[in-house]
Design a protein around this ligand. Sequence first.
Ligand code: SF4
Length: 491
Amino acid sequence: MQIRTASDYLTSLKQVKPTIFYKGKRITDVTRHPATAPHVRSAAMTYSLANMDQYRDLAAATSHLTGHTISRFTHVHQGVEDLIKKVKLLRVLGQKTGSCFQRCVGLDGINAVYTVAYEVDQKLGTNYLERFKKWLIRIQDENKMVVGAMTDPKGDRSKGPADQHDPDQYLRVVKRTDEGVFIRGAKLHMTGAVNSHEILVMPTTALDKRSTDYAIVCAIPIDAPGITMIFGRQANDDRRDRMEQIDTGKPRFGVVGGEAVIVFEDVFVPNKCIFLNGETEFTGSIVYRFASHHRANYGACKTGLMDVLTGAVSYLAQMQGTSTASHIKEKVTEMIHLSETLYCSSIATSAEGWQTPSGGYMVDTMLANVCKQNVTRFHFEVARLALDIAGGLIATLPSEQDLKSEDVGHLVRKYFSGVKGILVEDRIKIARLIEAMTGGTALVESMHGAGSPQAQRVMIFREGNLNQKIKLAKALAGIPLKEKRVSKQSN
Ligand code: SF4
């Protein structure tokens, strides 16, 4: 089935039968279950946008493999222009959903695996890229949604995969046959997993030669035998699950992406869907390329969210009669400044993109790390300013049920009325939107998604080229590059 529209996407999800649990019960239809449907609608927006004239140029691309028009979420970047269009697309999608629309993880996995598979084949004479291309052409032509599955549970984090007391704490091959492999383990925090069609499995870290069974890259249908998913909880999810229209804040779309644990219990993968199998020396490249693409993306999707938050709190200030106060204007200005600064870094990672030997393009990795590091600060500061402007009602508002109550509804209306003429419902809706976008799950995603802050700091220091910077300083200070050292004797 070729998925063209959001409606096609929903239909396609009814045709797969993944095993999903949430709060101890099975979910049989993710398009209708109140816990998953908002996240499905967020992902569906990626299909909708491709059918809108004003966004088609951003949302669609031309496959370098077939020449077909495809979704940008299945495209291997063929130049800087592709990277920049992707960033613009993600900001628009963030603005329209106020949420995570999930498909970037698959996109980043596709680009990491494609570029590295080429290099593995060149060095070792393997045939991974051809296999991957065949799989990718089907994904492109059918416009499937792929979840990029990278993060392992990691068990005892002081030890690597080969030294765990439970070897399944990192996903691994447990059996090899002539037809393929069987894999066991789990992937955590999997954004969009329950409403994807296929899983692209990648290792979670660079591996040494003792860990060949963990060096596996492969693709698996979401409903393959042996796969079980457990859908995670989010802040205020009971409101979402009861489909409270006002108190959810964002009833159409999820707070963030809708994450799940994917468990693999001896899942069979045929040879044609294996794209790395034991070549540990290439695992670091796959992880780093995936992470760099995703870190660059964060500066775009989160800018879209910060745009929504800035708009929400500015409107609330109008409703409360504070919008003309100079300190409110100053804070809103700072919110805009931080959002655009973050966007700059996402654009810059793309503008400084480079061609890999495969022909596919990578973002600038240093700038990608800086970009994601900025997300862990700027999004939080924008949220802090939004809460500062909004006031304490974000934490103390009476419930939707009280607003609708015959007993106290008139009191809620009277004392949350704000500026004359505004609808109390609208003021509460906007306040709830701000609550949803500044609450626990939303900000945790900004902190740890695409790698925790320390992961970026390690790479920033490693790629910072300190020796070169020291040379610059020496040159200006008139110190020879090989300066004379004072010997101990002369002291
Ligand atoms: Fe895409 Fe952003 Fe969601 Fe990551 S957090 S999948 S970059 S929307």
